[in-house]
Write a protein that binds this ligand. Structure first.
Ligand code: NDP
Length: 472
């Protein structure tokens, strides 16, 4: 018997993905660099379906039906290149290599181009949902050729999460599109978590609420428009009590947030594309700031405001509104980044389809994504903020949002996510921006020229001479 598909790299993600495939009735070839993991998988979960274990990569490839479909789930980076090279040597034109790791999209573009030369399909695929998602249904974001999607799509849709019967897997676009979209997904996840953390901090400091009380507030929020996986698990984490000390779990965790890099990649790419993703950037920087204990220790004695804990219970609803509004901004920015990259690389990514496949299986799954799907449904939307549903939500939230930022500033609680999102909102809706003055300054010191509001063409003022204006 030959396998329908193979998985090489059987750490948590690969093992669970292989089990998911087997549970759906596919015969799965399995391989890992060190054979112990392969053996363990078959011994422990062999009863769940058909596994074809192989110790050597050549036997793994030989056990696959043609055209061959092999998924790589190894540590992203040099390991991925090594495995791709070995697989490519063993494969034949028309075969498909799927990279399900968190690869940088530019690496995926390079690998896809190299394998295309050899007649192989390379499918860089975002897979979200962590180990639980990989087992029970992740959100899957494959890039690559249309031909490879034809051969892989039905399997990927089969094992993906479903929302209202719709699979959370779709063809994103050519070459690096899938990994790009997964990267932005992770960036949005950073922003979402930062906004949740600010909400927690502000309510805890402003109201003096305990983590247990805050858990209740988040649980309540999860029944409304904020309903999402991240809000749900925030309630769980805040309710957790440390078994050893009896203290709230959040109080025994070191307050330095780590990162594996996809948030940073998102911001780096956004800088190149010229897209302001302030929500994601503030989240990445907030994690970076938390990770500098020496600076924090040195700054601890700096003067703060004289007021503290001034707020009444109405702060709760205000923070909920600020969280929702800031979240809308963060998503709007992330979708802008996908649109910009899609244009730059000719991917033709469908934003509504991305919102659709993020509704389930992934970390940012939320009720709200269905609204985003509807907003992009057939509409050319310059910004999500202009969609009538979101414009209304922002109109309802904005007074609360302003009060929240004002309160945060007055009691000295840092809310870079809320504040920068509000600044973005206010900047975007302005008739005139002070960018006009910036242009004037640039023309003054560097003769960089400017455009006029009333005439076509570029102009320069002779600042060091008679200050007369000339066409540039
Ligand atoms: P790890 O990232 O911890 O990688 C371990 C696996 O990679 C092992 O199977 C290991 O083999 C293999 N490996 C490492 N280097 C090489 C190499 N040079 N040649 C061959 N095999 C190698 O595993 P995870 O399961 O956590 O993640 C797999 C991929 O999925 C990663 O790219 C990750 O970014 C991505 N991902 C992870 C998520 C998660 O929640 N963990 C979520 C979404 C994506 P060996 O056993 O022999 O050491």
């Amino acid at each position: 018997e030959l396998a329908d598909i193979g998985v090489t790299g059987l750490a948590v993600m690969g093992r669970n993905l292989a089990r998911n495939l087997a549970r759906h009735g596919y015969a799965v070839a399995v391989h890992n660099r060190s054979a112990g993991r392969t053996k363990e998988l078959v011994e422990t979960f062999g009863g769940e379906g058909t596994f074809l274990p192989a110790e050597e990569l050549k036997d793994f490839v030989a056990s696959l039906k043609r055209p061959r479909r092999a998924i790589i789930m190894v540590k992203a980076g040099a390991g991925t290149d090594a495995v791709i090279d070995q697989l490519a040597e063993l494969m034949e034109p028309g075969d498909m290599i799927v990279d399900g790791g968190n690869a940088l999209f530019t690496d995926t573009r390079r690998r896809e181009a190299a394998l295309r030369e050899r007649g192989l399909h390379f499918v860089g695929t975002g897979i979200s949902g962590g180990e639980e998602g990989a087992l029970n249904g992740p959100s899957i974001m494959p890039g690559g050729s249309a031909e490879s999607w034809e051969a892989l799509g039905p399997i990927l849709q089969d094992i993906s999460a479903k929302v209202d019967g719709v699979p959370c897997a779709t063809h994103v676009g050519p070459d690096g599109a899938g990994h790009f979209v997964k990267m932005v997904h992770n960036g949005i996840e950073y922003a979402d978590m930062q906004l949740i953390a600010e909400s927690y901090d502000l309510l805890r400091q402003g109201l003096g609420a305990t983590p247990a009380e805050l858990a209740e507030i988040f649980r309540e929020w999860n029944t409304g428009e904020l309903e999402s996986y991240l809000i749900e698990i925030t309630a769980e984490v805040l309710a957790q009590v440390d078994a050893e000390t009896g203290a709230p779990f959040v109080d025994v965790v070191v307050d330095q947030a780590e990162q594996k890099g996809t948030g940073r990649w998102t911001v780096q790419s956004a800088l190149d594309l010229g897209v302001p993703v302030t929500g994601i950037a503030e989240a990445v920087f907030a994690r970076a700031l938390s990770g500098h204990p020496e600076q924090r220790a040195a700054a601890r004695g700096l003067e703060g405001p004289s007021v503290s804990g001034v707020a009444g219970r109405e702060l709760i609803e205000d923070v909920r509104q600020a969280l929702y509004a800031s979240k809308i901004v963060a998503y709007a920015q992330g979708f802008d980044q996908m649109a910009a990259a899609s244009k730059e690389y000719g991917w033709d990514v469908d934003p509504g389809a991305m919102a659709t496949i993020w509704r389930g299986g992934c970390i940012i799954r939320a009720r709200f994504l269905d609204r985003i799907r509807q907003a992009y449904d057939g509409a050319e939307l310059p910004t999500l903020l202009a969609d009538p549903y979101f414009a209304d939500a922002l109109a309802v939230a904005q007074e609360s949002w302003r009060r929240v930022v004002t309160t945060a500033v007055s009691i000295g609680v840092p809310t870079p996510g809320f504040s920068s999102a509000l600044a973005y909102y206010d900047a975007l809706r302005r008739d005139r921006l002070p960018a006009a003055l910036v242009q004037g300054l640039r023309d003054f010191f560097g003769a960089h020229t400017y455009h006029r509001v009333d005439r076509e063409g570029a102009f320069h003022t002779d600042w060091s001479g008679d200050r007369a204006e000339h066409p540039a």
